[in-house]
Design a protein around this ligand. Structure first.
Ligand SMILES: NC(=O)c1ccc[n+]([C@@H]2O[C@H](COP(=O)([O-])OP(=O)(O)OC[C@H]3O[C@@H](n4cnc5c(N)ncnc54)[C@H](O)[C@@H]3O)[C@@H](O)[C@H]2O)c1
Length: 454
């Protein structure tokens, strides 16, 4: 295979123009590269081709997309194979999710890979940025590319994995601040990916080398992302167990975690009412489903159970606070899995709703990122904050910026707020005459408006 060198004349196909793929496409175009974005959603493709971004809440993205399209450096298509045919580098960033039983659903990435394979030319580089189970790039996707193209992986084309480590809502900042981890199916593939990212990304001056960090194998690069995310899941589970202990002792866990973390070996995360989204609750399962994992991953398994149980824990607390939930109305603030995004995959609200309903509560949901009709489509009853109807309790599930200055006096009849993210100042709730319960904040039990004890 010929040596890879990339210049601003190189052409890149980005497959999957979602919350991460579109910012990546815009970033590469901002470096002078010619970018073709491929996405199965015609609405996404049309929006991008008009110079607009369909992704909200990503600082800098609107301007970069507009400038790139105007300059002719970014266009989009629904035809992944055609995009691949025109490219020197193909970056794949479509989600891989799990079935309800936790098994990995490869259907989307297999489909994309077959389409890329059909357009593959000798000498190109394919990089997977989608988080994958260890071994997937080499043993599954590189083989599928070879089969679809009739070319040999490694000899005729390069294949690498590079975990995407950014956080949506601050993608461009994170791209500049974190080293780009890369692993190839062979040394030449790793070098090719390194050369590409040195052209396509720009890093903060203070970030030490290696800014593009080539690890020994493609499997090491895949595992790196699973280590980061599983670490977070296990750490949050530990914080949640500390929160339960703190509640039992009427201690504020947040105060304790801050105090403990003042010692440099301690990095305890914050507790909460659940862990959602398509990253943290999903990627530990990639490890747990690995035949080679055995009992070596039992901590990750326990963490998953603990974090999934937190919604029920929160509901138990509000149940006790209200002296039973039968016939009570409870409003959940936040359908998205976290603040300031429109993304509800494995959202904790989907655990809270049945847990509350099973205890007889009437559940209402509000989220500024979803219309009433969209919430109804998703099987939940919408709540209109502009015309607040009486509710007995509130659960804050995601602190969208619209909730930051909420005046809790606006909720007629309401007696208690469960702050599932320990994100509200208890004083703002209590000064409105409502009781405040956090997760592990050991408070609320003596509030005069509560019938039961916590
Ligand atoms: N969202 C995050 O915060 C985040 C952070 C780090 C890494 N990641 C990684 O990025 C991946 C993508 O995340 P996202 O948030 O951009 O997802 P997303 O759901 O916002 O976007 C995915 C896009 O891919 C398109 N798509 C789906 N199937 C396709 C196909 N067969 N061909 C072409 N396009 C297709 C969809 O139409 C959509 O526009 C994740 O699975 C994860 O591995 C995400």
């Amino acid at each position: 295979m010929s040596d890879h060198s990339f210049t601003s004349n190189s052409r890149v196909a980005v497959v999957g123009l979602g919350k991460i793929g579109l910012p990546l496409a815009a970033q590469y175009a901002s470096r002078g590269l010619t970018v073709i974005g491929a996405d199965t959603d015609p609405a996404v493709v049309n929006t991008v081709n008009r110079g607009l971004s369909h992704v909200g809440g990503e600082p800098g993205l609107d301007d970069l997309v507009r400038d790139a399209v105007t300059a002719g450096r970014l266009r989009a298509t629904v035809d992944t194979t055609a995009a691949t045919r025109d490219a020197d580098v193909i970056v794949v960033i479509v989600p891989v999710k799990v079935y309800e039983d936790g098994r990995v659903d490869f259907s989307s990435i297999d489909h994309v890979t077959a389409e890329v394979g059909r357009g593959l030319r000798p000498g190109v580089l394919v990089i997977y940025e989608t988080t994958l189970p260890v071994g997937t790039t080499r043993n599954r996707l590189a083989r599928e590319l070879a089969e679809a193209s009739g070319l040999a992986a490694g000899r005729d084309f390069a294949v690498a994995f590079s975990p995407e480590r950014v956080y949506s809502g601050r993608v461009f900042r994170d791209l500049r601040r974190y080293p780009k981890i890369v692993g190839g199916i062979d040394a030449a593939s790793g070098c090719a990916a390194e050369a590409f990212y040195r052209v396509a990304l720009e890093f903060d001056a203070e970030l030490p080398e290696p800014r593009v960090w080539v690890v020994g194998t493609v499997e090491a690069a895949e595992f790196t992302k699973l280590v980061e995310t599983t670490y977070r899941d296990v750490n949050i589970a530990l914080a949640n167990q500390f929160a339960r202990f703190a509640d039992a002792w009427q201690i504020d866990v947040d105060e304790v975690v801050s105090a403990a973390n003042s010692q440099p070996f301690s990095h305890v995360h914050r507790p909460g009412v659940g862990v959602g989204g398509h990253c943290i609750p999903v990627y530990p399962l990639f490890l747990l489903n690995d035949d080679r994992a055995g009992e070596s991953q039992s901590l990750a398994r326990m963490a998953r159970l603990e974090n999934d149980d937190m919604a029920d824990y929160g509901v138990q607390r509000i149940d006790r606070a209200l002296g039973g939930l039968a016939g009570q109305s409870v409003l959940i603030l936040g359908y998205s899995y976290r603040e300031n995004v429109r993304e509800d995959y494995l959202s904790t609200t989907k655990r809270l709703v049945p847990a509350l309903s099973e205890r007889g509560a009437r559940v209402l949901v509000h989220d500024p990122h979803y219309s009433a009709a969209e919430l109804i489509e998703r099987g939940v009853a919408p709540y209109d904050l502009t015309r607040p109807e009486p509710v007995d309790g509130i659960v804050l599930q995601a602190l969208h910026r619209e909730y930051r200055d909420l005046d809790f006096r606006m909720f007629p009849r309401c007696r208690v707020v469960l702050d599932g993210r320990n994100a509200i100042d208890p004083a703002t709730v209590e000064s409105a005459g409502l009781a405040y319960i956090g997760i592990g904040r050991g408070n609320g039990s003596n509030h005069p408006r509560l019938r039961g004890s916590l």
